[in-house]
Ligand binder design. Structure first.
Ligand SMILES: [Zn+2]
Length: 216
């Protein structure tokens, strides 16, 4: 049974990353997605995540009829097995109705991703319509946190469990257990500056006298 699913959350809660993950998983199985977006940070016609991933998308305008767009697309013999609508809070309520029709009449799954409320804590019109129409609302609560509980804003790389600040720009973390194992950890700025990872903090708590004196 096709569904209209609304993945909602705050800013920077990982919505676009999840959208890209869904797209990746389905393409890997040979499915073709129709990806709509509006005002993505990477510019028109892009769906991007803050992790640096990006894919092409159809930029939705004020007057775009999403249902008609898909009907036209399919009538030309092109494929669309599912639909992703990112930045769905920027869509008009009518466009959300069109997405519901895509689910019901074209029998395609539609995954909409959007911020629920604006800076005044009021629902965006597009998000309100999604709450009203969606078969399912999934509230994303992914919030990157430092081990101390503060919001994590910095990426740390560890080698053999020890934080390093030099090395090649891109090193993919591996899963071996060797002393050279490369890992990543998100930290708040304070603990990034002090090079204090979760492991370092645990060690310091057990032996306070070896607390690294690196804070400036
Ligand atoms: Zn911290």
């Amino acid at each position: 049974m096709p569904e209209l699913v609304f993945f909602s959350g705050t800013m920077d809660c990982g919505k676009s990353t999840l959208a890209l993950q869904i797209e990746h998983n389905r393409s890997a199985r040979g499915l073709v997605g129709m990806i709509f977006t509006r005002n993505d940070r990477a510019g028109e016609g892009k769906l991007s995540s803050r992790l640096g991933l990006v894919t092409d998308a159809v930029e939705v305008g004020d007057g775009t009829d999403l249902y008609a767009y898909l009907v036209d697309h399919l009538s030309r013999g092109r494929r669309a097995d599912y639909v992703i609508a990112d930045e769905a809070q920027f869509l008009a309520p009518e466009q959300i109705d069109q997405l519901a029709r895509v689910v019901d009449d074209l029998e395609l799954d539609v995954y909409a991703f959007g911020i629920t409320t604006d800076f005044r804590s009021k629902l965006f019109p597009g998000s309100q319509r999604l709450v009203e129409l969606a078969d399912r609302v999934e509230v994303l609560q992914v919030e990157a946190l430092c081990w101390c509980g503060a919001r994590a804003t910095h990426n740390a790389r560890t080698v053999g469990g020890v934080m390093v600040v030099e090395g090649a720009q891109v090193v993919v973390g591996d899963v071996t257990d060797s002393a050279d194992e490369v890992g990543y950890e998100v930290l708040c700025r304070r603990h990034h500056r002090r090079r204090m990872t979760a492991a370092t903090a645990r060690a310091a708590a057990l032996a306070p006298d070896v607390l690294p004196v690196t804070q400036g």
